[in-house]
Design a protein around this ligand. Structure first.
Ligand code: UD1
Length: 424
């Protein structure tokens, strides 16, 4: 399996271009199932998750063409030829569950494998299923598949989510665009990626109010049309590089990224002694203090601190002066980077959903194992500041969500290389 070798100790200086957001492009791709006209997406990152979802969509009748050079993805589903999303494709990526709502809304029938167990917790899909049932779908769980039917179409409803869920909000919002009548969704997620999806659906002819608030109203339509849409910048990739800049005591500018979506990271960074400035198209990071200081963070739904930046923040706290408490409230079992960071000399004590990180003077390079996407990148960040050589194994996780990360980090002074496993 491929790995990354990092020689720590180089400050990151210069400019990095931020890619389109993984968590925006995946739901946008599934929105193509809602119309028989082409959907053209621009600024689509060349990621393994995008390729995996294209495979799922192709299974359902989507003709797709991805131009990796200009980052444009053409998706066209003239007819839905198959309504089964099989286990072997869905298990590669949980976001495949997002085909359920659109398939059911346009085709009246869908059979989607339950996403398998996931490294960062049990991650159920009950909110997706309950929401679709409230729109009138008949749903059965048979042999590990969600079998859903709405032979007479979906009907608008008032749905109150008992828990905030990004995916369930997206799935039900997409389904409701083709339901008969009005749907009100209460206690929805407010992530910028959901607003981006909503904007694209509106460009496709959907009528949606309240995007970005905790209550969304959708007036159902009989059909949607195709459109062209540019994916928003990846705030998690940007946040990851801001933390990398702070950790390495560099001076880094992120192009094509929007500072507006990163308030919840900028505040703790400021308390830690890091200055972040910028606007809607560029962000710059540099340290104010010689040494970083420990701070507390707690993950929460947007606009709170993102769970997808928790591991990277913990990595930063390992080298800060004093202690910081990291509390994870979104996913259980999302501290798998802790034992790996400890192998590099970090001092971390976990109590339930909180981790107390006592800063050390230096991390030491070691061989470590990536366990999930964000945990992997936290180990790369640790490697950038560790003394000596760090090898991060199982980096296929990284390729799911970080476009050209080795090239991007190398271009600003990091010393790292991808080691391809030789064929046996
Ligand atoms: C999305 C993001 C992921 C991010 C997460 C939280 C994508 C493709 N992925 O994942 O990167 O970490 O939001 O910001 O956008 N839950 C239930 N029942 C459900 C659905 C969710 O109990 O039916 C729970 C989950 O187990 C979790 C919480 O709700 O504890 C939030 O999960 P959710 O927002 O749904 O995450 P995803 O959409 O899977």
């Amino acid at each position: 399996m491929d790995k990354i070798k990092i020689i720590g100790g180089k400050p990151l200086n210069g400019e990095i271009e931020i890619s389109g957001a993984k968590n925006a492009v995946l739901p946008l791709m599934t929105a193509s199932l809602l119309t028989d006209q082409p959907l053209i997406l621009h600024r689509v990152p060349n990621l393994r998750d995008v390729a995996s979802l294209n495979e799922v969509l192709a299974e359902l009748g989507t003709v797709f063409d991805y131009n990796a050079e200009n980052k444009t993805l053409h998706l066209h589903v003239p007819t839905i030829t198959e309504c089964v999303a099989p286990y072997d494709l869905v298990c590669k990526m949980r976001a495949s569950i997002l085909v359920l709502g659109p398939l059911l809304a346009r085709h009246g029938e869908a059979k989607v494998s339950l996403p398998g167990g996931c490294a960062i917790g049990t991650r159920p899909v009950d909110l997706h299923i309950n929401g679709l049932q409230q729109l009138g779908a008949e749903i059965k769980l048979v042999d590990g598949y969600i079998e859903a039917k709405a032979p007479h179409g979906l009907k608008g409803a008032n749905i109150h989510f008992p828990k905030v869920s990004v995916g369930a909000t997206e799935n039900i919002m997409m389904a409701a665009t083709l339901a008969k009548g009005d749907t009100t969704l209460v206690n929805v997620a407010r992530e910028p990626e959901i607003i981006d999806l909503g904007k694209c659906l509106i460009e496709m002819g959907a009528e949606i109010e309240g995007l970005g608030t905790d209550k969304i109203t959708i007036h159902g339509k009989t059909f949607l049309r195709g459109t062209e849409h540019t994916v928003i910048a990846d705030r998690i990739e940007a946040g990851t590089f801001l933390i990398a800049g702070a950790m390495t005591d560099g001076n880094l500018t992120l192009k094509n990224s929007n500072i507006m979506y990163l308030d919840s990271l900028i505040e703790p960074l400021y308390k830690a002694g890091v200055e972040v400035t910028g606007n809607k198209s560029s962000i710059t990071v540099k340290r104010i203090n010689k040494r970083l200081r420990g701070v507390d963070v707690m993950t929460e739904p947007y606009p709170g601190f993102p769970t997808d930046l928790q591991a990277q923040m913990m990595s930063m706290l390992t080298i800060a002066e004093g202690a910081g408490m990291v509390t994870e409230t979104i996913f259980e079992n999302r501290f798998m980077h802790v034992p790996e960071l400890s192998r590099m000399g970090a001092d971390i004590t976990v109590h339930g959903s909180s981790a107390l990180v006592r800063g050390v003077d230096k991390l030491k390079g070691a061989e470590v194992m990536a366990s999930d996407l964000r945990a992997s990148v936290s180990l790369v960040l640790a490697g950038l500041v560790a003394e000596g050589e760090t090898i991060v194994h199982r980096i296929y996780h990284l390729e799911r969500g970080y476009e050209n990360i080795v090239e991007k980090l190398s271009s600003v002074g990091a010393k790292l290389e991808l080691l391809k496993e030789k064929a046996a």
